[in-house]
Design a protein around this ligand. Sequence first.
Ligand code: ADP
Length: 609
Amino acid sequence: MQLQDVIRHHWGIESLRPLQVPAITAVVERRNSLVVLPTGGGKSLCYQAPAVYLGGTTVVISPLISLMKDQVDGLRACGVAASQLDSSQTADERRTLLSDLKEGRINLLFVSPERISQPDFCELLKQVDVRTFAIDEAHCISHWGHDFRPEYRQLSRLKELFPACSIHAYTATATEQVREDIIKQLNLKDAEILVGDFDRPNLTYRVTPRRELLKQVLDVIARYPNEGGIIYCIRRADVDELTKKLTARGISALPYHAGLSNEQRGKAQDAFLEEKCNVIVATVAFGMGIDRSNVRYVMHTGMPKSLEHYQQETGRAGRDGLDAECVLFHSGADFFTWKSIIEKSAKELEDGSDFIESSMDHLREMDRYCRSAACRHYTLVRYFGQEPGFSSCSACDLCLGETSVLEDSSTVAKKIISCVYRVNQRFGIKHVVTVLRGLTSEQVKRSNHEALSTFGILKDQSEDNLRDWIYQLIGQNALAQEEVQGFGGQTYPILKLTRESAEVLKDLREVRLLLPVEKKRSGRGSAAKAAEPTTDMNLFEVLRALRKRIASDKRVPPYVIFSDATLKEMARIKPASLLEMRRISGVGDIKLRDYGDEFLEAVSTFENN
Ligand code: ADP
């Protein structure tokens, strides 16, 4: 069979995405490669299709058993001979697997990185017709990545152990530094480096000041009834509290963090993957291995600690290519929460100074992103080292006009900075806001601040706006916060001027202050989509229910049967024959044989009722 026929037959895919072509060619020609494609970009197909086409065995290194299991289930559903080798297998299962391997009956073998350091395993592989190695989540090999895993370092011996095999590394997040490190660690001389388009046009990014968090979270959930979403919180306590509040309002939500037992976490993850639970509230501990492709939103109730984390976490939305939303609720206080977490973790390290420096750089970059007035898609793409072909995306809060730049930013900034100067740089945000709004308080009276020229100078502004702007000025270095000791020995932050403050006052530096505006929400491309025949959402729900039943009988996650994108197309086209169904993207020959009749019948029953 030709490669294209293999892809059509097993995956029901008619056309490859731009970077998949050279990535697949590199594997077929067995030239080492590093492929960087965003989540949902279709990396798996780059090694899976050649594995079937080339024959022999491709060994896939994957960091988690759950990830391997999902991939194996998915491949088997497409009629591909795939297996995993892991510690949970019985002696019998292992024996069968070994003989299948030796007799060339397995196209794709999934193993953990630790296996490579086991002499027995390497001996076994020498008796197998191994053609290539594929390394999934390859950034885990690099210290510079955000998810370093020491066990990945063992892979640096692969080239020496299997000189005749080509090695192919895949990752979704890799800055230039991480890329170079992956190549170096794996000894991939002359590797073809393929970096895909980092933009995820189907994601709409929003960064919104955190005000009434619960209400804000509920508003987003209400936009996606009965759909999957992930909510990230900075701390475990926030996870527990938010989960309780959501469940009290009848939302099917489960918590996930490192403080829960393995069993509790496993159950939460399974319930989410099997679509028995819609919402996971989690710390960053929840992530890798979440292959559910129909996650419709990812929310952050606080700022993540780096843009790498943000990209990775938001990347879990909309892997099926359908529209999805990423909302970050942000407060200037998040910066200080992370700062203290970073300082605490550094104390546990022998020499934490490097760690603090690099973590703080990442944090500042993230903070700048939240306060920036530039297109979110543009900023992210630039951060990951690509020159975007657009400056405006129509899929972020800024380009959609939901957040605007305050027209007289500079005047307002000057008033705030002057007020900090007038109170002698001895007070915190709360007091400065009170003075700016011209309100009296014990502190105002005691300090005689009613007499200041800046008293009431921004009296028409809300407390929330003023606080936000002060944090935005801190983010742009036009003000600083400094911890001082109070009477009781406790520390508290006061506002200070910086070199940049003086430049703002003298009009030598431009500052931009953002203002949230309420607008009707829409996603990128929704205007274009309005012209297309619409998906019958009632039929989609019927097909989803059928998929869930089949998945539950087969004990696999629903997306292994068909993705949401495939079901939506089915609900739009309403196929009346197997031939029509076969034309839908994601319906290969094997799935057509296994599920075609049932889905056809569901469509026909729906149409006739
Ligand atoms: P990644 O590993 O890069 O995060 P996946 O390999 O899981 O992404 O692919 C995401 C989804 O896109 C899967 O459902 C996959 O079947 C689908 N897909 C991959 N390549 C194509 C293609 N060329 N056309 C249509 N769908 C594709």
